[in-house]
Design a protein around this ligand. Structure first.
Ligand SMILES: [Zn+2]
Length: 489
């Protein structure tokens, strides 16, 4: 058994109502200077019985149609409808496929801006003829691979979908989660492939964290659910996805995933500013070209809604930017076995009998004393006292003490052998370097449009909206899709 049952957030109709009425919110305000988006507090109490939710959903859909009609005829400006730059007003009809299809592509560690590092004609074709998040997609905290990939497909913050780190320990059972753990008890929430199958539709996954977990309606059938194998050439992954379009139109999966480990691997080795990264980006671009060519040959390129994202960005790190926990010894000893993760997410669970609040105070006393090397670049919190915009406390899987380090710094136990400079991610998602890309291309995306940056927990609602299916409760905002997608014809 996993520790506590983690409550799922309720549908975000409260936020919806707030958006519509501009009323003041009871939920905590976001305070970061970098982030201007609005998110729903996970603490909103359930507000309406299910039937009312469904009614409101229907009314909201109708209201959205009216809103778009109004925008079309009035050309008024509105903060919540940033698509006014669009030249296209309605979605484009399908020409060959019989139903909407979403192909969700992840290029791991594709930092926002990489798309401009080198000529990337294929990615830029998607951008020019599609919709891009102008200043990038905002990952969830911690800006790590598994928490973010699972947020993208569930619409939930990690505290609610349960994957709070790439590795973590369940304190109540002593069991450990790793990236190879496929037991459903770890993976909470409803990923989009499960939502799709629940609606009697077909989904196919070519690698995605959580996709191999047999849970609910999702059985991970062998022909539609590839088991992760990092040695499969990227070209083979593209070709396999292309083959799904050889099926009779009604049998083509409505939702597909495609995953590439690059440029993350290179980014860790050499940091974000290196010729090897440029090569990795060019390689991803050529794979996107292979995909586009294949879809064009099959006559479906303009019919498929391609969503290309990354999970997080990347920042350069060097050994001079280190903070050693052993340097805190004059204030408090932090034994190794208290530390569940060092960097960039410092996660500490003190032994029984120690007060977490006391540990936090003593650590911060030391870090702020001016006597600890780079101490001012680490701040330690009780998890309940972390900035609310991080949404990182409502799970027993999150240890009681969390440290936030400044961009590019790393925490280690003690002075060790020197390492070469490289790259890392996992930092505060307010850092611009942690941002990644969002590009949407296809019938539901306006051409040549840029939308304001948004958090990746909004993508689940985007996908269900394109597929015309109802989604599970999540942290995204129900009104969000209409700010990015073209309305149905
Ligand atoms: Zn990653």
């Amino acid at each position: 058994m996993v520790s506590n049952p983690i409550p799922l957030p309720k549908l975000t109709l409260l936020q919806e109502q707030e958006d519509e009425s501009n009323s003041t919110s009871n939920s905590p305000k976001q305070t970061t200077s970098l982030l201007s988006f609005s998110t729903t507090s996970p603490h909103n109490p359930p507000s309406k019985p299910t039937i009312l939710l469904i009614s409101l959903l229907f009314l909201t859909t109708a209201a959205a149609a009216f809103a778009f009609a109004f925008l079309f005829f009035s050309s008024s400006s509105s903060k919540s409808h940033p698509r006014l730059h669009s030249n296209t007003q309605f979605s484009r009809p399908l020409t060959k496929l019989r139903h909407p299809v979403v192909l969700l592509i992840s290029s791991d560690g594709f930092r926002f801006g990489y798309q401009y590092k080198t000529p990337a004609p294929n990615i830029n074709r998607l951008i020019q003829d599609g919709t891009q998040a102008k200043l990038g997609l905002i990952p969830v905290f911690p800006t790590l691979t598994f928490p973010n990939h699972y947020s993208i497909v569930t619409g939930l913050y990690p505290a609610y979908h349960g994957i709070v780190n790439n590795f973590f320990r369940d304190f109540s059972t002593g069991e450990s989660f790793s990236m190879a753990s496929h037991e459903p008890k770890w993976w909470l929430g409803e990923p989009v492939w499960e939502t799709v199958v629940k609606h009697g539709l077909k989904a196919a996954t070519y690698f995605w964290p959580g996709s191999e977990v047999v849970k609910g309606a999702w059985t991970c059938p062998l022909s539609l659910c590839a088991h992760y194998n990092g040695s499969v050439p990227f070209e083979d992954r593209v070709d396999k996805v292309l083959r799904y379009f050889d099926e009779p139109s009604e049998d083509v999966p409505v939702f597909m995933t495609l995953y590439f480990e690059e440029p993350d691997h290179q980014g860790h080795k050499v940091g974000p500013d290196d010729p090897q990264i440029t090569e990795a980006v060019a390689r991803i671009d050529s794979l996107i070209g292979r995909l586009i060519d294949g879809l064009e040959r099959k006559g479906v390129f303009e019919d498929v809604n391609i969503i290309m994202v990354g999970d997080h960005g990347m920042v350069g790190t060097c050994d001079s930017k280190l903070i050693f926990l052993d340097d805190l010894a004059p204030w408090i000893d932090i034994p190794k076995d208290w530390v569940q993760d060092y960097s960039p997410l410092l996660a500490i669970r003190p032994s029984h009998g120690y007060s977490a609040a006391d540990v936090v105070k003593k650590m911060n006393d030391g870090l702020g004393s001016g006597k600890v090397n780079n101490g001012k670049y680490l701040k330690v919190y009780l998890k309940e006292e972390l900035p609310s915009r991080l949404h990182y406390h409502a799970s027993d899987r999150i240890p009681p003490i969390i440290g936030l380090v400044e961009e590019g710094y790393k925490v280690e136990q003690k002075v060790s052998r020197r390492k070469e400079c490289g790259g890392a991610h996992g930092y505060d998602n307010a850092f611009f370097s942690m941002r990644t890309i969002f590009i949407g291309h296809g019938p539901r995306f306006a051409k040549g449009v840029e939308v304001p940056s948004f958090e990746n927990i909004q993508i689940y609602n985007l996908i269900t909206s394109i597929l015309n299916i109802s989604g599970a409760p999540n942290n995204g905002t129900l009104s969000f899709p209409k700010t990015v997608l073209l309305p149905h014809l």
